[in-house]
Design a protein around this ligand. Sequence first.
Ligand code: ADP
Ligand code: RBF
Ligand code: MG
Length: 274
Amino acid sequence: MALASNSHRATIESKISYQHGWNESFSVIVGSDEVRTGKPSPDIFLEAAKRLNMEPSSSLVIEDSVIGVVAGKAAGMEVVAVPSLPKQTHRYTAADEVINSLLDLRPEKWGLPPFQDWIEGTLPSEPWYIGGPVVKGLGRGSKVLGIPTANLSTEGYSDVLSEHPSGVYFGWAGLSTRGVYKMVMSIGWNPYFDNAEKTIEPWLLHEFDEDFYDEELHLVIVGYIRPEANFPSLETLIAKIHEDRKVAERALDLPLYSKYRDDPYLKITSSKGQ
Ligand code: ADP
Ligand code: RBF
Ligand code: MG
C-alpha cells in the first residue's frame, strides 16, 4: 500500500505524523517533488507502483480529486473515486467506480481481501450522539412511503455531520417520556427526492398510536448500513428501507450493539448532544 500525493514528501510526512500508525501503514510514500510532473500526469502513480514492485495494471488507485482520477487512469490503473464534495460525482466519470465515502470501499470488488470489520451487514462505529426536539419534515415519510421519520434539526450539528458521511445508519432512540427503541435512519439529501437540504430522518422501530412532534428525542448511533441511493421506483425505495429495518433489528440484538441501549444519553432530558 502506497501513499501518492501532489504534496511534497516532507509535507506528507509531517501531516501523517499526527495520525497514530499511518506512517507504518504505507510501505511506499511518493511526493510530487520526487517525480518530474505531478497529477494529472501519471508520474506519481507510476513511481509508486515501481517502488512497490507492482504492475500499474494490477494497482488500484483511491482518489478524492478529479486530477488524481485522471492521473490514475493515465497510469493504466483502476481507480475508485471518493469525491471530497457532495453532489460532484458527475465530474468523476473517468473513474472505474465512484463511491460516497470510504465506508463504501469494497476491496473484494478489486481482487483484494475484504475488510473484516463488517458484521451481519453492518459496520460498527464508535457511538455518536444527536438529539433535540422532533421537528416537522417535508411531510412525506408517512404519506408517500408509509414510513414515518421523526426528523431532527441539523442546526448545531454541522461538526458531527461533517465527520460522518451521508448514508443509512442505525442505533438506539430515547424519547423523553416514552422509552428507548431500536432505530434505523437516513442522513443526507435523499437522492430519490433530490432534496436541497440535508435531513436527519430516524425511523423508530415501534408502533406509536400518536405523533410526538416537539418531544425530546436522543439518538445513539452505533453503526453504518449503506450509502443513500437513488431507486427506479418508489416501491423499490420502500422495499430497501424495510430491508434496512430488518438488518438493524437483528444487529441491535448483538451484544456489541445492544449494550448501548443503557447509555445514559438516552434517558436524560438535556437538549443537546455532543
Ligand atoms: P415529517 O415529514 O413531519 O417528519 P413524517 O410523515 O415523516 O412527517 O412523520 C413523522 C412523525 O410521525 C414523527 O415526527 C412522529 O411524531 C410520528 N411518528 C409516529 N410513529 C413513528 C415512528 N415509528 N418513527 C418515527 N416517527 C413516528
Ligand atoms: N431516501 C433516498 O432517497 N434514498 C435512500 O437510500 C434512502 N434510504 C433510507 C433509509 C432509511 C432507513 C430511512 C428511514 C429513510 C431512507 N430514505 C432514503 C429517506 C426517505 O426518502 C425519507 O425518509 C422520506 O423522503 C421522508 O422525508
Ligand atoms: Mg419525517
